[in-house]
Write a protein of this length. Structure first.
Length: 376
């Protein structure tokens, strides 16, 4: 996570978790050891630490004073964190160990996952790779489905709260957003909102990541035009994908964002199924590409051995070439091992070994070795 400029930011040293080099690492509540400051954002300081006594790596976030003293912000932030922390464990949800107040500052102890946010990645000129794009969208869809099953009134996800590790395509959501309106005390428990807004969010995110532009909300009637724009951007950003993949991607976007019931995707299951199809298609394309590359490499190898053999035959006066690759490889191995070509030379008409034959054989051997070195 990259630090953000903030003209009114406090210094890290002013944080109650700042470590004093003279006194060593700071121990928090007798069970968390703060090791070092890792980053600073507009709202908070982030530290790396470990749990005592097992040494499990953790992250400790502390709000800056001006946010910690804002009752409205703090209430909303605390509610979002606690609502997320109270959910059952999920592979794509960040785990929280403690949400508490330290020296009148709001402090959060959580799983250590020092990766950039999706908001940060979306703003970069270099696009995230295509398999990562599909993996991120799938995990977001699974998170939204999970929140719906757990009865969350609204599943609000902000790209700034989605952390992405490219090496293994892991996604971690730091928190779900809170509902716009809380249920009234004593009233009936409201039902979770429909899946429609969540599916639109997936389409909006897809558009942002592929085109690098923000989705023009309020223009769902332009879904087809925007789908064409997305398809053109995909061809530029991902030149390695096929036309079929571009079409499937465009169809997914249309299904997530259009109003046409005949084409609209209306469930998490359908969205995840469409992403499954895209991932399987991409894996098949990659496998076919690897197979083709291997065949080309074998053909080049065969050609290089054949060229070396032809050079030897030209010098020794033989015109025929063995039909199979094994003979060509045998000649190469014999040349590499320093075997004498005398047997081949004695098979020539007349079969007489002479200094001239020896000179030709030595020249041929040197030429084969040179050709092999040149190609390998």
């Amino acid at each position: 996570m990259s630090p953000m400029a903030d003209s009114n930011s406090e210094s890290v040293a002013s944080s109650p978790l700042a470590t004093d080099p003279a006194s060593g690492p700071k121990i928090l509540k007798g069970k968390y050891e703060i090791l070092e400051s890792t980053s600073e954002t507009e709202r908070s300081f982030l530290f790396r630490g470990r749990m005592l006594p097992d040494g499990q790596e953790i992250a400790v976030k502390i709000l800056k004073e001006r946010f910690a003293r804002d009752p409205e912000f703090l209430e909303k932030y605390r509610a979002e964190l606690k609502a997320t922390a109270n959910l059952p464990e999920h592979a794509s949800l960040l785990r929280y160990h403690e949400i508490d107040t330290l020296s009148r500052r709001f402090c959060v102890v959580m799983e250590y996952f020092p990766e950039p946010s999706l908001e940060f990645l979306a703003g970069q000129k270099v696009a995230i790779d295509y398999p990562l794009l599909l993996a991120v969208l799938r995990q977001l869809a699974e998170l939204l489905e999970f929140g719906y099953r757990e009865g969350m009134l609204q599943r609000i996800i902000r790209l700034e709260d989605v952390l992405v590790r490219a090496s293994d395509r892991a996604v971690k959501l730091t928190r779900f957003g809170t509902p716009r309106a809380a249920p009234k005390p004593g009233g009936t428990s409201p039902r979770p909102t429909s899946q429609g807004p969540d599916l639109l969010f997936l389409g909006v995110t897809l558009f942002r990541l592929v085109t690098g532009q923000r989705y023009p909300h309020g223009q769902t009637e332009m879904a087809d035009v925007l789908a064409d724009q997305l398809a053109e951007a995909a061809k530029i950003r991902y030149p390695e994908i096929t036309g079929d993949e571009v079409s499937l991607l465009s169809r997914l976007f249309t299904g997530l964002t259009c109003r046409d019931f005949a084409r609209r995707i209306e469930s998490y299951e359908a969205a995840i199924g469409a992403l499954d199809e895209l991932e399987k298609k991409n894996l098949a394309v990659q496998a076919e590409r690897r197979k083709r590359d291997q065949e080309n490499a074998r053909e080049e190898e065969k050609t290089s051995f054949g060229s070396a053999y032809d050079a030897v035959q030209l010098l020794t006066g033989r015109a025929s070439r063995p039909a199979d690759d094994a003979a060509l490889r045998e000649l190469a191995r014999a040349s590499e091992g320093g075997a004498s070509p005398r047997e081949d030379l004695d098979a020539e008409p007349g079969g007489h070994f002479s200094l001239a034959n020896l000179a030709i054989g030595a020249t041929a051997l040197a030429l084969v070795s040179f050709v092999l070195w040149l190609f390998y």
